[in-house]
Design a protein around this ligand. Structure first.
Ligand code: ZN
Length: 117
C-alpha cells in the first residue's frame, strides 16, 4: 500500500504513511491530489472522515454473547468454557447450560442437546 502521489511534501507523505500504517488502509484520493482536484489537506481530512465512519460501523457490530454455565456457581472447577446446552438424566429432565469442566464432573448424568443456545 504505497503512498504513490507525487504532488505532496515530505512531511505530508510521512503523515499519509503514518495514517496507512495505523489504519491498515490505503490513502484514498491520491490521484485527485496529483491532478489538483483536491489539496493534500482535503484528501487527508476525507480519509479521516472515512476512517471515522469505519470506526462507527465497527462499534455498531452487535457481538454475540455466549451462554454462561448454569451448573453450579460454587464448583471451583467451573471454567465457563465450551458451554453446551444439556439435559440432565434426572426425573425433572432439567435443561441447562454446562461448561466443559462441569460436564467432566457430571459425566453420565446428562446428555448434550446442542453445542450452543
Ligand atoms: Zn461450569
Amino acid at each position: 500500500m504505497p503512498v504513490f502521489c507525487k504532488n505532496i511534501t515530505k512531511e505530508e507523505r510521512a503523515a499519509f504513511e503514518r495514517f496507512e500504517s495505523i489504519s491498515g488502509f490505503e490513502i484514498m484520493f491520491q490521484k485527485e491530489i496529483d491532478s489538483g482536484e483536491k489539496t493534500p489537506q482535503e484528501a487527508f481530512s476525507e480519509n479521516m472522515d472515512w476512517f471515522e465512519g469505519v470506526y462507527a460501523d465497527v462499534t455498531n457490530i452487535n457481538f454475540p454473547e455466549r451462554p454462561e454455565c448454569e451448573n453450579d456457581v460454587n464448583n471451583p472447577c467451573c471454567n465457563n468454557r465450551d458451554v453446551k446446552w444439556v439435559q440432565r438424566r434426572n426425573k425433572e429432565a432439567e435443561k441447562l447450560y454446562m461448561c466443559a469442566e462441569c460436564r467432566k464432573d457430571n459425566i453420565g448424568t446428562f446428555k448434550i442437546i446442542a453445542d450452543e443456545s
